[in-house]
Design a protein around this ligand. Structure first.
Ligand code: FRU
Length: 494
């Protein structure tokens, strides 16, 4: 593989492991100035295998430094997905004066003598900011007699009841447990039968409160549930969400949760979960997902590593069409690494293209505002025989990404395709934010209500960028293009 091809796949501002395979984000926790990003990692292979927790840290959510492996397989099994928390009150007894980190994860044991692999929940703790970990001697801390798929525990502190809550995937439902100390767990409830999508096994759940429209009197809980790929569905693996109430034991879905709602309408945002323990003054709910799809993840073009995370995003709940909808916006930290390239107002596609001529960017963001009813967008990563389109269809009120001829796609028959997301309400003007990197596009429209995340594998030299509009008389209200250019941390990777 040539150096050029290699470069083609590693995102400029997306996290990928230095080497080999990565899938889900794990153990997202903020502690003492660092965002921790652990991840499902096979350190010795380019596909899923003996799973470990890899580890990276960032101070700014843009540049990541990969650290040594955090959790390695042992006699209880491989290390599957899970979460991490700060044990501020030393509920575990693992810490002294200074609080530390506890990881809660699934052990996955695959023995020839068993009919099926065994899955149970275990914990480990770190007294040195996640650099080294000690597995708890009494592992596993939570087993189940009947669930074969019993995995991906996400734990949070229930402040009202002063105890921990765990949400864990159980086949095609989730179960809620609580605990005083992360060691002894009591079953509280099960959710999911007859609700939501059951097109695949449920995985990687999350549960957290958000203030609707920022109003602290209107708290609703958001439950994220990823569902695995099933050959019967061309979407592959994807993530749904529910909104509802939570009383410490039972999650009660809102009316709106009786229809299926997806977090992302692209193909490549899976197993995403949120960061734990952001300081109260910050108050954000930050999310990151694995930018791939189990349908083709092991076959994507690669160059010494395989797998990337999405950009970090802020999640909010905002009223759209009369219901509390999940909204995603790029984490504001990305603004710090933007270099302005172009800014136009009230411009036609032609005028934009005249201004764009000669611009050659690898990693950039386009922010545009379209006139009402306009069908328009951008052609990106264009070369002689390839292009990726992202735009809004003013007639159908849909956001779409077209990666039918975006570059390499022969590795899977369903990779090439077009993906769309409905915009909640016909808006006066429509905003379009497109984050482009070497092998991905992440598109946000309708103020973060419609989101499409898609991988693409264009040639290195395909840097063409242009605007298009179906109705020539309509004009883009504004267009801004920025290069995204984070500096690599000294001695680190990104
Ligand atoms: C989701 C998932 C999890 C599991 C992990 C294994 O992508 O299947 O359910 O813990 O990946 O790598």
């Amino acid at each position: 593989m040539s150096a050029t091809t290699k470069q083609n796949y590693r995102g400029v501002y997306h996290f990928s492991p230095e080497k080999n395979w990565m899938n889900d984000p794990n153990g997202l926790v903020y502690f003492e100035g660092e965002y921790h990003l652990f991840f499902q990692h096979h350190p010795d292979g380019m596909t899923m295998g003996e799973m470990h927790w890899g580890h990276a840290v960032s101070k700014d959510l843009v540049t990541w430094e990969e650290l040594p492996l955090a959790l390695v397989p042992d006699e209880l099994g491989m290390i599957f997905s899970g979460s991490a928390v700060v044990d501020w009150h030393n509920t575990t007894g693992f810490f002294g004066e200074k609080p530390g980190l506890v990881a809660i994860f699934t052990h996955h044991l695959n023995r020839p003598e068993d009919e099926h692999p065994l899955q149970y929940q275990s914990i480990a703790y770190s007294k040195d900011n996640g650099r080294t970990w000690t597995k708890y001697a009494g592992n596993p801390v939570l087993t189940h007699d009947t669930f074969i798929d019993f995995r991906d525990p996400k734990v949070f502190w229930d402040r009202e009841r002063s105890r921990w809550v765990m949400i864990v995937a159980c086949g095609q439902t989730v179960c809620l447990y609580h605990s005083p100390d992360l060691i002894h767990w009591t079953f509280a409830s099960e959710f999911g039968t007859g609700t939501g999508s059951h097109d695949g096994v449920w995985e990687c759940p999350d549960l957290f409160p958000l203030a609707v429209d920022g109003d602290k009197e209107k708290i609703r809980w958001v439950m994220l549930v990823s569902i695995g790929a099933d050959p019967a569905y061309e979407e592959g693996s994807r993530t749904q969400y529910f909104t509802g109430g939570f009383d410490g034991e039972v999650f009660t879905p809102d009316e709106a949760s009786h229809s299926i709602r997806w977090v992302d309408y692209g193909r490549d945002n899976y197993a995403g979960v949120s960061w734990s323990d952001l300081p109260e003054e910050d108050g954000r709910r930050l999310f990151i997902g694995w930018m791939s799809n189990w349908m083709y993840a092991p076959q994507t073009p690669s160059a010494g590593f395989r797998g990337a995370m999405t950009i970090p995003r802020e999640l909010t709940l905002e009223t759209r069409n009369g219901e509390a909808a999940l909204i995603q916006r790029p984490a504001q930290e990305l603004e710090a690494v933007r270099i302005p390239v172009l800014s136009l107002t009230n411009a036609s596609a032609q005028e934009i293209n005249a201004a764009c001529a000669g611009i050659q960017l690898e990693a950039y963001v386009i922010e545009a505002e379209l006139a009402p009813g306009m069908t328009a967008g951008f052609r990106m990563k264009a070369g002689a025989a390839e292009q990726t389109l992202a735009g809004i269809n003013g007639q159908t009120q849909e956001l779409y990404v077209d990666r039918r001829v975006s570059g390499k796609s022969s590795f899977h028959p369903l990779f090439a395709g077009m993906h769309s997301a409905r915009l909640a309400a016909p808006a006066a003007a429509c905003d379009l934010h497109i984050y482009v990197d070497r092998s991905s596009v992440e598109v946000f429209a309708g103020g973060g209500q419609a989101v499409i995340t898609d991988l693409i594998f264009p040639e290195h030299g395909s840097t063409g960028l242009a605007a298009f509009a179906e109705q020539e008389e309509k004009r883009f209200l504004s267009v801004r293009i920025y290069e995204l250019s984070p500096a690599a941390p000294a001695g680190g990777s990104r």
